[in-house]
Design a protein around this ligand. Structure first.
Ligand SMILES: Nc1ncnc2c1ncn2[C@@H]1O[C@H](COP(=O)(O)OP(=O)(O)O)[C@@H](O)[C@H]1O
Ligand SMILES: Cc1ncc(COP(=O)(O)OP(=O)(O)O)c(N)n1
Length: 286
């Protein structure tokens, strides 16, 4: 961490795809890192043409150019934590894996992005093996329920017990800590838990918010976890702080006025900070 005016600032690199509508991917990660007082950096693995309603197209850069971006950052800057999101192609996933083996930042979080909530593929099927290899290099992996099913080969979990069982299987097979997420359950609460091969290590839960502003929640949570792990040194404490923040960010997402044409809007990553700091950026009152 760098020391700035007595503060320790985590330098956090997001390796992910771009969402031009600003709610998911690199754009969500940078806002989430900033909301947790980190210095955010971004290596772009894919360009998507998407908005709050769905993905219209994906454009992948050559894998060599992803390596060039990664090296440009790590040759110059000490990376305290890395968050890996959408990888798109097998070539890009392999390039990220090769860099990770060479550089290995102290904290590595992988959000195994495969399919968006709108149902669009963000990882080509041929890249799934490369993604599995990457997971074994991570400290924490953060699959949602469909991603857990893809990783374990099981049917999608419908109960929290099934979620935890699948997360334990991933933890065992990849020797990694798993953040199991209950966002996709048909339940009145939304449990999230850190799961090792031995079982649940820490759980948080709260009532399910009646909200449409859930685009990019997985991206925002995983980059918050990467940043907070550097600051707190503890995964359970990172989970507690990240989910408390995320719930508030979901609750106030609608006030952004983004996604009001029938889509899933983004969360409000930074509004709480502005309120807490007494900053009044909006010309609401004369
Ligand atoms: N309606 C909701 N109310 C409260 N928390 C939610 C809601 N939907 C998702 N979350 C939270 O958002 C985070 C991401 O969860 P999830 O939707 O399962 O993953 P993903 O965004 O990767 O599909 C989790 O912390 C989950 O508990
Ligand atoms: C560029 C990009 N990366 C990841 C996602 C998926 O975002 P996620 O946080 O899993 O949430 P949903 O958008 O699927 O709800 C994405 N859409 N775009």
């Amino acid at each position: 961490m760098s020391a700035l005016h007595g503060r320790k600032v985590p330098r956090v690199l997001s390796i992910a795809g771009s969402d031009p509508s600003g709610g998911a991917g690199i754009q969500a990660d940078l806002k989430s890192i900033a909301a947790h007082c980190g210095y955010g950096m971004a290596v772009i693995t894919a360009l998507t043409a998407q908005n709050t309603q769905g993905v219209r197209g994906v454009h992948a850069p050559p894998a060599e150019f992803v390596t060039q971006q990664l090296d440009a950052v790590s040759d110059d800057i000490a990376v305290d934590a890395v968050k890996i999101g959408m990888l798109g192609t097998a070539g890009v996933a392999d390039a990220v894996g090769a860099w990770l083996r060479r550089v290995r930042p102290p904290v590595v979080v992988i959000d195994p992005v495969m399919i968006s909530t709108s149902g669009d593929r963000l990882l080509e099927p041929a890249a799934e093996a490369a993604l599995r290899d990457l997971i074994s290099l991570a400290d924490l992996v953060t699959p949602n329920i469909p991603e857990l099913a893809a990783l374990t080969g099981a049917a999608e979990a419908v109960t929290w017990t099934e979620v935890v069982a699948q997360a334990r299987q991933v933890a065992h097979e990849h020797d990694v800590l798993v953040l199991a997420k209950g966002g996709h359950l048909m339940a009145s609460d939304t449990p999230d838990a850190l799961v090792s091969a031995a079982g649940e290590e820490a759980r948080v839960s709260g009532p399910r918010l009646v909200a449409t502003s859930t685009h990019g929640t997985g991206c925002s949570l995983s980059s918050a976890m990467a940043t907070l792990r550097v600051t707190t040194g503890s995964w359970p404490e990172s989970l507690r702080r990240a989910t408390t923040w995320l719930r508030a960010a979901i609750a106030r997402g609608e006030s952004l006025g983004v996604g009001s044409r029938g889509g899933h809007g983004p969360v409000d990553h930074l509004g709480m900070l502005w309120d807490a700091a007494g900053v009044k950026p909006y010309a609401l009152e004369a």
